[in-house]
Design a protein around this ligand. Structure first.
Ligand code: GGG
Length: 337
């Protein structure tokens, strides 16, 4: 049976890298029944809508969503900042309750990393709350006394389910280690809720060893001693930032994949590379499709296609020679399936 997959190339290099991801999935023999959705900057500029209700309803019926990248070119003035990111990506995460953003980082055994060490960690980023929830606004906008607030929303329910998921994931890995990353010494309300919840849930998982790092210290440790980390759980904003760093130290952002998961499967989960639209390299063949290929493998794994996913993960252990173009990298991995 074919899995029904909504494909949203989005902006910039999004559709270039997804084409290669679909090529590699095709090589596994798994059948996907795909439908492309032309969402992103072009769609917004021609219709004035980012993601309308009927498209959102249609997306709910797919088995999964594969997304490339979202965002206008840096410096573009046609689209107000955040319109596409909030209106498409965050709207999907919130509407489909994709409350886990799972971001694995594992440097290929054969390939040196920027920090000279092997990296093998998974970051669990809470994906529906924090400063990304949209709480806040302006007062006296446009006056000299203008005020902008952007609150961080942290519910016991939201924090606990992310932490609980992270503990379960840590249990499934050989090291069984989980680090909470936050900023409890300054963010004393949200930090207190996260730490208390973490400590309480930890009692249900006595086999998991735990640690706590402030987010600023975590940035140092990630570069100097990435072996400290097995699974990390953190809030939405810290997770967004920390996973760019994790991508950089584990072989480059071009390798970093993610799954926006609804673990209860009440709606389709969404898989996307961590990187953005990179408009500056569109059409040059320089976009690395590896993150999109790995994201597609995560999607197959989530859909129960374990063998096919493993074939892709194994293929991704080899590293192509430098200088291959986007489509050549896709072909390189398709040939290794
Ligand atoms: N493929 C990921 C992407 O397009 N990222 C753009 C971005 O700004 N994302 C914000 C986020 O992941 O919260």
């Amino acid at each position: 049976m074919a899995h029904s997959i909504a494909v949203i190339g989005g902006d910039g290099i999004g559709s270039e890298v997804l084409a290669e991801a679909l090529k590699v999935v095709g090589a596994t023999g798994v059948r996907l029944d795909t439908k492309s959705f032309e969402l992103g900057a072009k769609h917004y500029l021609s219709t004035g809508e980012v993601l309308d209700d009927s498209t959102l309803t249609e997306l709910r019926d797919f088995d999964a969503i594969l997304l490339g990248a979202v965002g206008p070119a840096i410096g573009s003035t046609e689209i107000p900042p955040g319109t596409l990111e909030r209106g498409l990506l965050l709207k999907l995460r919130f509407a489909l309750d994709l409350y886990i953003n799972q971001r694995p980082f594992r440097s290929p055994d054969t390939s040196p990393t920027y920090v000279g060490k092997h990296v093998d960690m998974v970051v669990i980023r809470e994906n529906t709350e924090g400063t990304y929830a949209g709480e806040g606004g302006f007062l006296r906008k446009g006056t000299p006394h203008e005020i902008a607030t952007q609150g961080s929303v942290n519910t016991r329910f939201g924090v606990e389910r992310a932490i609980r998921y992270a503990f379960s994931l840590a249990m499934s890995r050989p090291r069984r280690h989980l680090t909470l990353v936050h900023k409890t010494n300054v963010l004393t309300f949200a930090g207190d809720l996260w730490q208390r919840t973490f400590d309480e849930v930890a009692m249900e998982f006595p086999e998991v060893t735990v640690a706590y790092n402030h987010v600023d210290a975590a940035c140092i440790y990630m570069v100097e001693a990435p072996e400290r980390y097995d699974v990390i759980v953190t809030d939405n904003l810290f997770g967004d930032i920390l996973t760019d760093l994790a991508g950089a130290i584990s072989g480059g952002i071009g390798l970093a994949a993610s799954g926006n998961l609804n673990p209860e499967r009440t709606s389709p989960s969404l898989f996307e590379p961590v990187h953005g639209a990179a408009h500056d390299i569109v059409g040059t063949g320089r976009a690395n499709p590896t993150a999109a290929i790995r994201s597609a493998a995560m999607m197959l794994e989530f859909l129960g296609e374990k063998d096919a996913a493993l074939k892709i993960f194994n293929a991704l252990e080899s590293v192509p020679e430098p200088g291959l173009k986007t489509d050549e990298v896709g072909t390189y991995y398709a040939e290794r399936i």
